[in-house]
Design a protein around this ligand. Structure first.
Ligand code: CAA
Length: 283
């Protein structure tokens, strides 16, 4: 399958990162979001990241201009019909995703693969709202997308072998390291990462150690680049809570019970870096 044009739906942190990496890998990218403000914010983030690489001498200004010129922002989801491959990176809300995939299914030619960057929602459930479940697949990038090598390639119940191989190869063409995963709550990354973060929050909640101490133990004892609480702020505490809820609900096992302190922070609007306050305070 000859993929030249990729449509990325959602120009937030993940979507703009995916668009940047796809364009830097030579693909033409249609970056879609619903308002010019969201699109501008996404394009600004891409420009900022690429400019940093130019300043560091890792990219020439000409290459940067080429990469940016390969990204076409659009407010029209209808442009999906021009894409060879679509990847969705909107908010983690099943009802919104279902609406979008239903729409994409009616807009795109039958050959188009529709991927989702969901971090934990069931691929098979998203596939079920379309008439092409064999062409629906998970392609889960990590944050920050330009830096982290992993892509979880998640097979839904009906995903075809051919589609799996296309997406596995596409991840490699984007310079990433794909890993095959099946469709179960949290896949692999979040099934392991989130209980660790949740446990770190319980450790603070129970007064075992301070926020800083918990992070220091994992950074200096386990060589993690960020402590779990710093990482939770980076990911977003609302996202952490929503993934814990999906694990708890999906497995019905008390080991996935979200820490009450995590719930309390989210209810108070302390969402981590994006809100300026989480376990730490940000300017
Ligand atoms: N976007 C793009 N590039 C970034 C970046 C960002 N937001 N933040 C940092 N970088 C780049 C820097 O430009 C720098 O690049 P060079 O090596 O080319 O100079 C490099 O990353 C290292 O950055 P820094 O030296 O500034 O800082 P650092 O060494 O502390 O690294 C980090 C920053 C890469 C974010 C590192 O702290 C890290 O790996 N943290 C853990 C990230 C992680 O675990 N991500 C997964 C989250 S879970 C997820 O995404 C799944 C989910 O579904 C929730």
């Amino acid at each position: 399958m000859n993929i030249q044009t990729i449509m990325v739906i959602g120009a937030g942190q993940m979507g703009s990162g995916i668009a940047q990496v796809a364009a830097a890998s030579g693909f033409h990218v249609l970056l879609h979001d619903t308002t010019p403000e969201f699109l501008n914010r996404g394009m600004q983030a891409i420009n900022k990241q690429l400019s940093r690489n130019v300043e560091k001498g890792k990219l020439t200004p000409e290459s940067m201009a080429e990469i940016v010129s390969r990204i076409r922002p659009t407010e029209f989801v209808e442009h999906a019909e021009q894409a060879d491959f679509v990847i969705e990176a909107i908010s983690e809300n099943m009802a919104l995703k279902a609406l979008l995939f239903h729409r994409l299914d009616s807009l795109c030619p039958p050959r188009t693969i529709l991927a989702t960057n969901t971090s934990s929602l069931p691929i098979s459930e998203i596939a079920a709202v379309t008439g092409r479940p064999e062409k629906i697949i998970g392609m889960h990038f990590m944050n920050p997308v330009p830096v982290m090598p992993l892509v979880e390639v998640i097979r839904g119940l009906e995903t075809s072998q051919e589609v799996f191989e296309v997406v596995y190869g596409l991840s490699q063409r984007m310079g990433k390291t794909p890993v095959e995963v099946n469709d179960f709550p949290g896949f692999v990354s979040n099934r392991i990462l989130m209980p660790m973060i949740n446990e770190a929050i319980f450790t603070v909640y129970e007064g075992v150690a301070s926020i800083e101490s918990v992070d220091k133990v994992m950074k200096f004892g386990m060589n993690h680049p960020m402590g779990p609480l710093e990482l939770a702020d980076f990911i977003g505490l609302d996202t952490c809570l929503s993934i814990m809820e999906i694990l708890y609900d999906g497995f019905k096992d008390s080991k996935y019970r979200p820490c009450p302190l995590l719930r309390k922070y989210v209810k108070a609007g302390r969402l981590g870096r994006k809100s300026g306050q989480g376990f730490y305070t940000y300017q």
